[in-house]
Write a protein that binds this ligand. Structure first.
Ligand code: ZN
Length: 292
């Protein structure tokens, strides 16, 4: 093919138009660096290594690093940089747990497995979803063209307790946002102080949409009621620190800014935050249930 300059230029412009027009993720994919957030210690051996839009949390287990979630594929460089900047080596990430298998959270999975042999953990129903209905991860309609389903080494079931280094994580399946959404509970330590972390792995109602649920075979919209049961199932767990799936869930970035302005104070430590969050989501969900 020997195209003249003008034809080449027009092909390029058409390609750019297709990439960006009406694509809310274009900026996100083309300028991932704009979404970088400096990593920071939440408490003791728990760090925030996510970006401005998607959370990732790093746990130093004393015998290797554990990552909760890996953001979007295009954000993997941000995650790698954040781990280094926090003072760790990404190659030491032995385990990766994804709270649910949507495209904006699983993008770094394959990279970490390929490069560092990181072992992948996912809720069993989401592992099945990724195998049998990869479209439900939103891989195909989110403009994240190169994200792929990845190999899951360990499928997590309701009530599982798994040990990673010095930390045992208790898992509760909380179907709603996805069928295999995970809620994780574990202790973190700072010197002699121990705090219990609660991580509810997905709040969005996008997957409770009538058309979406009907497409999934749930024309009676039972998943909405299931989501409500999930919130109630974990509501009374004792939790000192609530971490988010997206920073907006617990005002991660606002709390970080507060910590920088008020050295010695830690707004993440709040023994009612988890319960308040469950109640707030339940209230909004009840409104959705009442509308139908
Ligand atoms: Zn999601």
């Amino acid at each position: 093919m020997n195209l003249d300059f003008e034809t080449n230029y027009n092909i390029y412009m058409e390609h750019q138009r297709k990439l960006t027009e009406g694509n809310p993720y274009a900026d996100f994919a083309i300028h991932p660096g704009k979404y970088y957030e400096h990593p920071f210690r939440i408490f003791g051996n728990l760090w925030y290594v996510g970006n401005k839009t998607v959370c990732c949390h790093l746990l130093d287990t004393g015998d290797g690093l554990l990552l909760f979630d890996s953001a979007a594929y295009e954000q993997a460089p941000l995650l790698i940089q954040a781990i280094w900047e926090a003072g760790f080596n990404p190659a030491d990430v032995r385990w990766m747990i994804h709270a649910h298998a949507h495209v904006d959270h699983i993008g770094g999975a394959m990279l970490f497995s390929d490069m560092f042999g990181t072992k992948q953990y996912l809720g069993a129903p989401d592992a099945k979803m990724m195998r049998e209905h990869p479209g439900k991860t939103f891989i195909y309609d989110s403009h994240f063209d190169f994200t792929q389903p990845y190999h899951v080494d360990v499928e997590i079931n309701d009530g599982d307790a798994l040990t990673f280094g010095n930390t045992t994580i208790h898992f509760v399946l909380v179907p709603g946002h996805t069928e295999g959404c995970l809620c994780s509970f574990f202790d973190v330590t700072d010197g002699t102080q121990t705090k219990r972390v609660g991580y509810f792995g997905g709040y969005g109602f996008i997957t409770l949409d009538k058309d979406y649920l009907t497409y999934c075979g749930d024309s009676e919209l039972k998943m909405r009621q299931t989501f409500m049961s999930s919130l109630k199932k974990v509501r009374n767990e004792p939790v000192d620190i609530l971490i988010g799936n997206h920073p907006i869930d617990n005002d991660t970035l606002g709390k970080h800014a507060y910590m920088q302005e008020h050295p010695g104070e830690n707004p993440f430590i709040d023994s009612t935050a988890f319960q308040r969050k469950m109640d707030d989501v339940a209230k909004r969900l009840q409104k959705l249930l009442d509308e139908n």
